[in-house]
Design a protein around this ligand. Structure first.
Ligand code: ADE
Ligand code: ZN
Length: 328
C-alpha cells in the first residue's frame, strides 16, 4: 500500500504554504530577520504543537509566520514544499497563502506573491510540478479588510487562480463574506472556502449558496445533513479533506471514526490533503497512509482518491484526463 501511495501521481489541493514552515527554517529565518520566537530547540517546538481545537493552532501558526519577512523567505518556504512534492510524487499543487497575515505586519503584498511565484515557476521548470496559487481571506477579520486585500491582489491577478476563506470558523460564517466573494467572482477568480471543519453543516450550505464556491475545504460535518450529502454527491462538489489535521485539531477523536470512507462510498468527490503538514505531523503521503490504515482502504479506494485529486483540481480537462489515464 505504501508503494502504491508513493508511486501514484497525485494533486494536492488544500495546503497552506505558511503551514509548511518546518522548525529548522523557522529558526534560520528568525535569526536572519531578528524576530523573537518562544522556542530554543526543535523539541520545544514539537511540544508546543499539541492542540485541542483550531484556535490554539492558529495562534501558534500566525506567530510562526512572523519570521517570514523578505521576498526570499517566501521563495525558500515555497521551494522547500515543492521539493517535498517531488519526493512524494505530487505533480500538481493548488496552494493557499494568507496575504493578510503578512501585510498586517508591513510586508508588501508584491513581495509575498513574487517570492512564492518565483519558486512555483522554478518548480515547473526544474521539477516538472504545475501549480496554482489561491489567496485566502482571514475570516476573523472584517469583510472590509478582505475587500482591501482583493483590491491589492488585482495587479497580480495573472498569478492568482482563486480566492479562499480560512482562519477561525466558529462565529465567522460564510455569510459575512458574500460581497467580497461576489467581487472576486466578477474579477474572474475561482472561489473555494473552508467550511464544516468546526462549523456545522449550515456553514457548508452557506458557502455553496451565498459564496457560490466550487469546492469545500474540509467539509467533514456535511454528514449531519443527508440532503446536503446528496447535493454534494449529485453536483460532484469536491471536498478537500485533511485527515491528520482533523485528528490533530480534534475535529475527529480517532481516524478509525473518520467519515472519509463513508463519504467516498456515498459517491462524494472526496480528496486527501495535508493542510499544514509542518504542524500536523505528516505530508500528503502520510495522510494517505494514515487513512488507508485506520479505515482499511483497499487499492481501488487509493486509486479513486488520487483520481479525485485531479478531477477536483482547477486543471484543464485535457490535463486532468492525461493524469487520470496515467493512473488507470
Ligand atoms: N489556516 C491554516 N490552516 C487552517 C485550518 N485547518 N482551518 C482554518 N484555517 C486555517
Ligand atoms: Zn486549511
Amino acid at each position: 500500500m505504501k508503494n502504491l501511495i508513493q508511486n501514484l501521481p497525485k494533486a494536492e489541493l488544500h495546503l497552506h504554504i505558511e503551514g509548511t514552515l518546518e522548525p529548522q527554517l523557522m529558526f534560520r529565518l528568525a535569526k536572519k530577520n531578528s524576530i523573537k520566537i518562544p522556542y530554543e530547540t526543535v523539541d520545544e517546538v514539537k511540544k508546543a504543537y499539541e492542540f485541542d481545537s483550531l484556535q490554539p493552532f492558529l495562534d501558534i501558526y500566525y506567530a510562526g509566520a512572523s519570521v517570514l519577512v523578505e521576498k526570499r523567505d517566501f521563495y525558500d518556504l515555497t521551494w522547500a514544499y515543492l521539493v517535498k512534492c517531488k519526493e512524494e510524487n505530487i505533480v500538481h499543487a493548488e496552494i493557499f497563502f494568507d496575504p493578510q497575515t503578512h501585510t498586517s505586519r508591513g510586508i508588501a503584498f508584491g513581495d509575498v506573491v513574487e517570492g512564492i511565484v518565483e519558486a512555483l515557476n522554478d518548480a515547473e521548470k526544474k521539477l516538472g510540478i504545475s501549480s496554482f496559487l489561491i489567496m485566502s481571506f482571514l475570516r476573523h477579520l472584517s469583510e472590509e479588510e478582505a475587500i482591501k486585500t482583493l483590491k491589492e491582489s488585482l495587479p497580480y491577478k495573472y498569478f492568482i487562480k482563486g480566492v479562499g476563506l480560512d482562519s477561525s470558523e466558529l462565529g465567522n460564517p460564510p455569510s459575512k463574506f458574500q460581497k467580497v466573494f461576489q467581487m472576486a467572482k466578477n474579477a474572474g477568480y475561482e472561489c473555494v472556502a473552508h467550511a464544516g471543519e468546526e462549523g456545522d453543516a449550515s456553514y457548508i450550505k452557506e458557502a455553496l449558496d451565498l459564496l457560490h464556491v466550487s469546492r469545500i475545504d474540509h467539509g467533514v460535518r456535511c454528514d449531519e445533513d443527508i440532503e446536503l450529502m446528496k447535493r454534494l454527491r449529485d453536483e460532484q462538489i469536491p471536498l478537500t479533506m485533511c485527515p491528520l489535521s482533523n485528528l490533530k485539531l480534534k475535529v475527529v477523536d480517532d481516524l478509525k471514526n473518520y467519515n472519509l470512507k463513508k463519504l467516498l462510498d456515498f459517491g462524494i468527490l472526496v480528496t486527501i490533503n495535508s493542510d499544514d503538514p509542518a504542524y500536523f505531523g505528516g505530508y500528503l503521503n502520510e495522510n494517505y497512509e494514515a487513512v488507508a490504515k485506520s479505515l482499511n482502504l483497499n487499492e481501488d479506494d487509493i486509486k479513486t482518491l488520487a483520481i479525485n485529486s485531479f478531477k477536483a483540481s482547477f486543471l484543464s480537462d485535457e490535463a486532468k484526463n492525461r493524469y487520470i489515464e496515467d493512473i488507470n
